[in-house]
Design a protein around this ligand. Sequence first.
Ligand code: CAA
Length: 293
Amino acid sequence: KRPAGAPDRKLARPVTKVGIVGAGLMASQMALLFARRLKVPVVLTDIDQARVDKGVGYVHGEIDKLLGKKRVSPDEANRLKALVSGSLDKAAFADADFVIEAVFEELSVKQQVFAEVEEHVSAECVLATNTSSLSITDMASKLAHPERVVGFHFFNPVAVMPLLEIVRAEQTDDATLATAFAVGKELKKSSVLVKDAPAFVVNRLLTRFMGEVINSVDEGTSFEVADQATDPLGLPMTPMILLQLVGSAVALHVSETMHHAFPDRFTVSSNMKKFVAAGKAAVWQWDAQGKQS
Ligand code: CAA
């Protein structure tokens, strides 16, 4: 059954090569998923060779894990590894039909990335963004072909979270949207069409929820108690573990975007700012049971 709001799938264009801008964790997870499900070449790019190598290395490591679990055969593992490559040059996207960016969450950075990609790809190549909170319409606004821009928002861990938020910008045309839904289907995700509104739907809910947990810490509750207090909700992960998975910098950024859009409903936690300032060493480290170590 066609998801609500999805255009006729006959409008979808084939995708025979995928480009990914950014080779961080989210981008690398996407690279593996695209290679595994679409079985097409995937090129990862980033700002320096070390980042590119790290991204490709992550993908190869995950393929080895799949091999270890016998989820893929040795031949398939080799084929998958050969499909994923890295490049410093966006010219490597020349024959791509679908390019997705997962770079730093800053509108001007993402606009710049799309402008650079546009110099190398055909006018029909879809430009997708994995932004978790920025306006897709703004991101498309400075391009020669804004009608091929679409939001394509995954959740962490990309390999296992079933939902995909597909976002239509004001400029997005039906062929682009149909292609996005077709790709979502091939990736075996449950795609939903969401409005181009701050943080779409999922992060709006999550930010409000996480914000209240962190607010209670700001107001004097211990991390441990605030974390355990969500137990009756039966969540698959406690808020503090989820915060580590998503990354406190990303979570802070989304909460700032939401506060800017809806100052009466969203707060920005002073503790959250401290976690981000403390960097990866983090104010706390939680093990799988949610205990501070
Ligand atoms: N990468 C790849 N695969 C992973 C993984 C990861 N980081 N973490 C877990 N998995 C896989 C495991 O390998 C396992 O796969 P197999 O069954 O093939 O072996 C499967 O997921 C289940 O893992 P586990 O049995 O170890 O653990 P679990 O039952 O606790 O499930 C979970 C793990 C699916 C991550 C679960 O804890 C969960 O759903 N957590 C909530 C995650 C969530 O809310 N994500 C949304 C974050 S918000 C976001 O991403 C939006 C944003 O823009 C900021």
